[in-house]
Design a protein around this ligand. Structure first.
Ligand code: T68
Length: 818
């Protein structure tokens, strides 16, 4: 307990003082936003003490440190989470109550730091929480985007993207650290110069443009252990005129160019998930934060260590997907050009320091950069990649003499492209997938050749989520109930949650559990009424699909099934039907036209269904605007059914599936990603599984696909659903959804008809949905199933995932604060 700092009276005084000091106001005169800032400063004061102590302990104990390199950290709001992890949430809530303030309202003032797209960025945030909670020394390394993920508005059923100016009022939890600024260089050329000192040639980068990288540090508070780690995100500033090399002094054009570079580079997060846009600015972003982070890490290491050859004993870099993979060549450059190592020594250090996590097998997400662009932007780094490639190709030839196919498939440089995944695998000492099935597919399919050549590198690390945010903070009613029944150990040891199993047949426990679910549904219904103007019945089944909009995630299958149900109810009004609320939340990449069309379709179906009095409210469809971490917490808590319906083999893991499970919502899903392991834990009788298997999908794909026309021609009800996309049922413009219709039935360019197997899986999906309805009608049976999902979620804590990374990959030392 941090009770010293959170004595209620002292806390109240401090908030009042901060309001006075920051705004020259009395508490009564301050706005909620000002009070939010004042409360944050009080909390930050406590955090800073622990932060200093943690850094001192690290200095004394000199543990190995992991640098988690990621283009994205989808942190979500910090105030509530920090209070939770300081174990001060309830005290602070009471103190604010006594001041006539509502902590929930104050929390709502915080912008939702959204420096990420979806699963990959949120995973990074969960990992930082677990690293701090498990007493490990860690830095998150990323970019301080001025604009994070766009805010989504829905106008006329269409998605509108609004810039997310999250720094507008100043972000109270960040700390600018100009004393740790680093320079990053772009463009120019490389000269070879004879160095008389060493008697050998050296490579000198000249004529470049420079940007100053300035770090902002955010505290990452461990749970109840006084550890505070650091998320270091880099801002870009121009190198002002007088700092130019004497050679460049007075070069006005260059000064302007450098200023523009600095302004543009951190301007905005690219809003694509599972898609590579290939923009030059994106590569600049990647090199910018990677170079600055590596420079900082090496400078820190050198403060207390002499031998750079032992870097790997104290430092490891984890690359979150290929986005930071330029780190391989940048580390080589620093070790050779700045630290004076030869190639072999530099390579030996590098290959013991970097490791790679793969998050996708989607072909369009694989990062490949044109050599022309890469070598122009990063000439010295490119030179190093050429040499890495040359040596690797020799290795391939040695291992597979005369097999040119291997070179074609495995080289880092091929067809005028730099293949970042190949670079990551060749240099990385570990290559991991993010769920068992995903890792198997990597080994057997996508990365087969690499697995055959270097099997020892490959390993699985099934993803996880932090129960601190997604149960303790997001579902306080259930969290208290769990603690009342099994004690608080689950907060830092989620395997304990299996102790709930003894209650699954206890009627009182069942009622309490379902009553909490009901209250959470009431809370969400209120939110929906306020934000969508739609009234939903909290007694209906809340069937939820929230995640990024992508064709492979198959929101289209879900909404087509809603249309199917609507047809059924209209045709058989007397039919027994348990009321359902289908809830969607999803952002589509700004440039992804088909995804945006699916959002429009969901909203158009909602309009028709929700306003059709003849179906007596049996069916409601809600699209929650601007799905993000803060409303996600509330949505998971209120869900009855978790829709995880990706085409098997396409979803590497999924992590939303785990958040639903923990909050007591059974999975309705395919055998894809971590769903497979969820079913292993909870039992297939406590989930609703349907659809083609990954093997079946891959088999079709390797043999030219399948023919959806067969289904269309033979299944009248499916044909009817598709026809309604283009016959005016959901839009007077019969062309509006033509592309969606065509995508299911016609081949288009390189794209197969129904490439995500929606029609193939439709009937088994509908059957699984029918089973959901039957199961839900059995109140006790459902309560049991819901409780079992919570009770079996222990494996899916990110604490477990992080411990596996530590044991198998990073080998970090635990640090304790006195
Ligand atoms: C997700 N990937 C996976 N990518 O889709 C998901 N991509 O299955 C997995 O659970 C999660 O990673 C964590 O492992 C992403 O979220 C991106 O957001 C992304 C961003 C930029 C470029 C490519």
């Amino acid at each position: 307990m941090i009770d010293k700092q959170f004595k209620k009276e002292a806390f109240k005084e401090s908030v009042k003082e901060n309001v006075k000091f920051l705004y020259r106001k009395k508490l009564e005169e301050a706005t909620q936003e000002q009070i939010f800032q004042a409360v944050c400063y009080t909390v930050k004061d406590v955090i800073i003490d622990n932060w200093l102590e943690t850094q001192n302990a690290y200095k004394e104990q000199d543990p190995k440190t992991v640098y988690y390199m990621s283009m994205e950290f989808l942190m979500g709001r910090a105030l509530g989470n920090n209070l939770i992890n300081l174990t001060a949430y309830k005290e602070v809530k009471e103190a604010l109550d006594e001041l006539g303030l509502d902590l929930n309202v104050i929390e709502d003032q915080e912008p939702d730091p959204a420096l990420g797209n979806g699963g990959l960025g949120r995973l990074a945030a969960c990992f930082l929480d677990s690293l701090a909670t498990l007493n490990y020394s860690a830095y998150g390394c990323g970019i301080r985007y001025r604009y994070g993920m766009f805010k989504q508005q829905i106008k006329d059923g269409y998605q509108i993207e609004v810039p997310d100016n999250w720094l507008k009022n100043g972000y109270p939890f960040e700390l600018r650290r100009p004393e740790y600024a680093k320079e990053v260089h772009f463009g120019g050329y490389v000269d070879v110069e004879y160095d008389p000192a060493t008697g050998s040639n050296k490579f000198v980068h000249k004529g470049y443009q420079a940007v100053k990288a300035v770090p902002f540090d955010m505290p990452i508070v461990g749970y109840n252990n006084k550890i505070v780690n650091t998320l270091r995100i880099w801002d870009a500033e121009p190198i002002v005129d007088f700092e130019l090399d004497s050679f460049d002094k007075g070069d006005y054009k260059k000064a302007v160019e450098q200023e523009n570079l600095a302004r543009n580079i951190v301007e905005v997060l690219y809003p694509n998930d599972n898609h590579m846009a290939g923009k030059e600015l994106r590569l600049k972003q990647q090199y910018f934060f990677v170079s600055a982070s590596l420079q900082a890490a090496i400078a820190k290491y050198k403060k207390n260590h002499k031998d750079i050859m032992k870097l790997h004993e104290k430092v490891t870099f984890q690359m979150n997907d290929t986005h930071p993979t330029v780190a391989v060549a940048e580390l080589m450059r620093i070790l050779m050009d700045e630290e004076g190592l030869g190639w072999d020594d530099a390579w030996s250090v590098t290959t013991k320091c970097v490791a790679y996590t793969n998050h996708t097998i989607m072909a369009e997400a694989l990062e490949k950069w044109p050599v022309e662009l890469f070598s122009r932007l990063l000439p010295r780094v490119y030179q190093i990649i050429e040499e890495i490639n040359r040596r690797f190709v020799l290795e391939i030839q040695e291992k597979y003499p005369g097999n040119y196919d291997k070179i074609k498939k495995m080289a880092i440089l091929y067809d005028g492209q730099v293949k970042m995944a190949h670079l990551a695998i060749v240099a990385g000492y570990s290559v991991n997938g993010v769920a068992k099935l995903h890792t198997e597919i990597l080994k057997k399919q996508e990365l087969k050749d690499f697995y055959e050549m270097m099997p020892e590198k490959f390993n699985n690390k099934t993803n996880g989520i932090t129960q601190r945010r997604f149960l303790l903070h997001g579902n306080q009613l259930l969290a208290d109930w769990v603690t009342d029944h099994i004690g608080p150990e689950w907060i830092t040891d989620l395997s304990q949650i299996s102790k709930l199993k003894v209650y699954v047949d206890d009627e009182k426990a069942q009622q309490e559990f379902m009553n909490i679910k009901y209250q959470n549904k009431v809370r969400l219904a209120k939110y929906i009424l306020e934000h969508n103007g739609v009234e939903v019945n909290p007694r209906s089944i809340f069937d939820v699909q929230v995640k990024r909009l992508h064709e492979y995630k198959r929101q289209l299958l879900n909404i087509l099934h809603v249309i199917y149900l609507y047809d059924q109810i209209k045709k058989h009004p007397e039919m027994d039907f348990y009321p359902r609320t289908f809830i969607f939340g999803a952002k589509a990449s700004a440039g992804y036209a088909r995804a945006k069309k699916i959002i429009k379709l969901i909203n158009s179906v909602a309009d028709v269904v929700n306003n059709d009095a003849s179906i007596e409210g049996k069916l409601k469809v809600v699209f929650i605007e601007n799905y993000r971490v803060s409303n996600a917490e509330m949505i998971f808590a209120a869900a009855d059914v978790s829709e995880q319906i990706s085409t098997a083999s396409k979803e590497a893991s999924g992590t939303g599936n785990m958040k639903f499970m923990l909050n007591g919502a059974p999975t309705l899903g395919t055998m894809d990603g971590a769903n497979v392991e969820i079913v292993d834990e909870v039992g297939k009788e406590n989930a609703f599984i349907f659809g083609l298997s990954a093997d079946e999908v891959i088999n079709y794909e390797n043999n030219g696909g399948y023919d959806p026309r067969v289904i269309y021609n033979t299944d009248d009800e499916i044909r009817q659903v598709l026809t309604e996309l283009v016959n005016g049922t959901f839009s007077s413009d019969t062309e509006l959804f033509r592309d969606l219709y065509n995508s299911l039935l016609n081949q288009n360019g390189g794209e197969r008809a129904d490439q995500y197997f929606i029609l193939a899986d439709f009937r088994s999906y509908a059957a699984a949905q029918k089973k959901v309805e039957e199961a839900y009608k059995d109140e006790k049976g459902w309560a049991r199933m819901a409780m079992l999902n919570t009770a079996c979620a222990g494996k899916f804590t990110s604490d477990r995932t992080i411990q596996e990374y530590v044991d198998d990959i990073w080998h970090l030392d635990k640090v304790y604060i006195k």
